[in-house]
Design a protein around this ligand. Sequence first.
Ligand code: DQA
Length: 149
Amino acid sequence: MAQLLVLHGPNLDLLGRREPALYGHATLAEIDALLAAEARRAGHALHSFQSAAEHALIERIHAAAREGVAGIVFNPAGYTHTSVALRDALLAVAIPFVEVHLSNPQARESFRHHSHFSDIAVGTVTGFGAESYRLGLLGLLAHLARAPA
Ligand code: DQA
């Protein structure tokens, strides 16, 4: 049984109410519950963490390394396009992660086209709403199943 982590960046606590035409109607609690159930079905434990604070996300990534977390599903939200420090944290702990986005940033404003994470992620899933998270988790599980222990 692996320990898995879902990390959500700023403003994702407002899901359900935040620009629903773009981000859908599912709340963060609903997404977390769906992911926990999916992980449980596969025999794994999954914890979730959301913060608007870059330092809190960085500290959660450091803690994940101490806890032996095997993989992370990460929606960095606005930090996708700005945070070298979060990128460095993921490189430092070397925990495999999948980058997910509810919307498709490539189909939006040009400042969203660059991600500080895509080139170091196992993979990325974008544009499927809450389903992006589920697909991201399934991709992470497939990656962990074929990665040498
Ligand atoms: C987002 C896309 C980002 O560009 C944006 O800043 C978000 C949400 C998404 O899930 O579609 O906050 O990560």
